[in-house]
Design a protein around this ligand. Structure first.
Ligand SMILES: [Zn+2]
Length: 196
């Protein structure tokens, strides 16, 4: 299916070509279908490799580095991983624009949180830890985490579905089974098809 995935000079995925793949091929996976759906959606999704997480308060001010609830770290390379650089901590994060309509459960969780953070404009964002981009050894991690974020969280946000993890540890609440199952399938498929 790779021949149907192309990025133009503006960095946009060519949706016409993706749709052509849907028509001409029989064996495409769930991630290809997800990419088609996300690309056909009029809402914009930006995927980027960042050294630091870029996120904004509700008032539009960027969250300073020292106020980020978590941030990306430099990959670690030591005797425990045979000096093959690997990313520890956060590999990827997803954010919605301020105007995203959360479903009831998401809204509730958001209201419970001390601060809520958003993208700068009217777009959805997946940010991967760019501090590892010069190391080929982390590419598979990028692929797998991108599948988790983009085909899991972002896809569910765009579909108006419950898009957050609900750890069962949270008092008596069930986990988000639909999301967890979908993420597992997406990640497995991405891992299986990854050549890095
Ligand atoms: Zn997640």
């Amino acid at each position: 299916m790779r021949k149907y995935v192309s990025i133009d000079d503006d960095g946009l995925v060519d949706n016409d070509l993706l749709q052509k793949g849907l028509l001409l091929e029989k064996n495409y996976g769930i991630n290809y279908q997800s990419l088609c759906d996300i690309s056909a959606d009029s809402r914009r999704v930006v995927v980027s490799l960042n050294d630091d997480i870029e996120v904004y308060y509700k008032n539009g001010e960027r969250v300073p580095k020292d106020k980020l609830p978590y941030n990306f770290r430099v990959p670690i390379s030591d005797e425990y991983n045979n000096y093959t650089p690997e990313i520890v901590g956060y590999v990827g994060v997803s954010y919605s624009p301020k105007n995203h309509q959360w479903e009831e459960k998401g809204e509730k969780l958001f209201n419970e949180r001390e601060i809520q953070l958003y993208t700068k404009g009217n777009f959805y964002s997946v940010q991967l830890n760019g501090r590892g981009k010069q190391f080929r050894s982390v590419y598979r991690t990028y692929v797998v985490i991108l599948a988790h974020e983009l085909f899991g969280h972002i896809k569910f946000m765009l579909n108006g579905k419950s898009a957050l993890h609900y750890p069962e540890a949270r008092s008596g609440e069930a986990s988000n089974v639909e999301l967890e199952n979908h993420i597992r399938e997406s990640v497995d498929e991405a891992d299986k098809n990854c050549n890095y």
